[in-house]
Design a protein around this ligand. Structure first.
Ligand code: SAM
Length: 219
């Protein structure tokens, strides 16, 4: 008998990374592996798994039953069902930047002032970082995991951002820990060096140039 869902390295890192909380929303829960694992790893007492498609929700339902989690994991279909209780933490992972922003738009009203938000997007992480500052969130911590590709996992809460400039868009905590993140930072540098040459938009060109120059200075 299975006692725990077998998680990818990316998903296990997310579970290890998030703070302990009472009620957590797992938006875009898909198979509900994250929802179930949060409870099994004592990271949440209750998880609300939300998805907007029937097929993933059916699989999630089967998994919740298989791991005997019916008491601890509630599954909701967006937008038919709504989250009615205040949530303490929210995970949005494995999606594109636009979907992550759309999910925030839809579910932000269920956040309290102390609710943490863990976001991991599959692309456009710089754009997401800029969006979060503009939206009034501050970065609490971040990590990078290599699981066939690099994934950045970000933890935010409402508040004024203390970091600014290039470190904020590259990763202020990641750049404080160069040895641990050297491979990732080298990859970002390679991308920035390439984009500064090919970007059509002059503001993007100068952003990539400043990232390239900044990383050249610290690596
Ligand atoms: C690629 S899966 C990611 C699953 C999991 N979070 C992970 O990190 O592996 C994205 C899931 O988000 C769901 N989704 C997309 N837009 C959504 C929305 N607006 N509200 C709820 N679920 C959504 C999709 O149906 C899909 O099951």
């Amino acid at each position: 008998m299975l006692t725990k869902p077998k998680l990818s390295k990316r998903l296990q890192t997310i579970i290890d990374f998030v703070p302990q909380a009472n009620i957590v929303a797992d938006i875009g829960c898909d198979h509900a592996y994250v929802s179930i694992s949060l409870v099994l790893n004592n990271k949440a007492n209750h998880v609300i798994g939300v998805d907007n498609k029937l097929r993933p929700l059916r699989i999630a339902e089967r998994n919740v039953a298989l791991f005997e989690m019916k008491e601890n994991v509630t599954l909701l279909r967006n937008p038919i069902d709504t989250i009615t209780q205040p949530i303490d933490g929210c995970i949005i992972a494995g999606v594109g930047k636009e979907s992550a922003v759309a999910m925030l738009d839809e579910f932000e009203s269920t956040f309290q002032s102390s609710t943490w938000i863990c976001i991991q997007v599959n692309a456009k992480v710089i754009e997401l970082r800029k969006h979060m500052v503009e939206r009034g969130y501050r970065l609490i911590k971040e990590t990078v995991v290599f699981d066939k590709a690099f994934y950045v996992i970000l933890l935010y809460e409402k508040g004024i951002e203390h970091f600014s400039g290039v470190p904020l868009i590259v990763g202020p905590y990641i750049t404080q820990n160069i040895e641990e993140n050297r491979e990732y930072l080298n990859k970002v540098k390679e991308i920035a060096a390439n984009f500064r040459l090919v970007a059509h938009d002059s503001s993007k060109q100068s952003m990539y140039a400043s990232i390239d120059d900044y990383l050249q200075g610290i690596l």
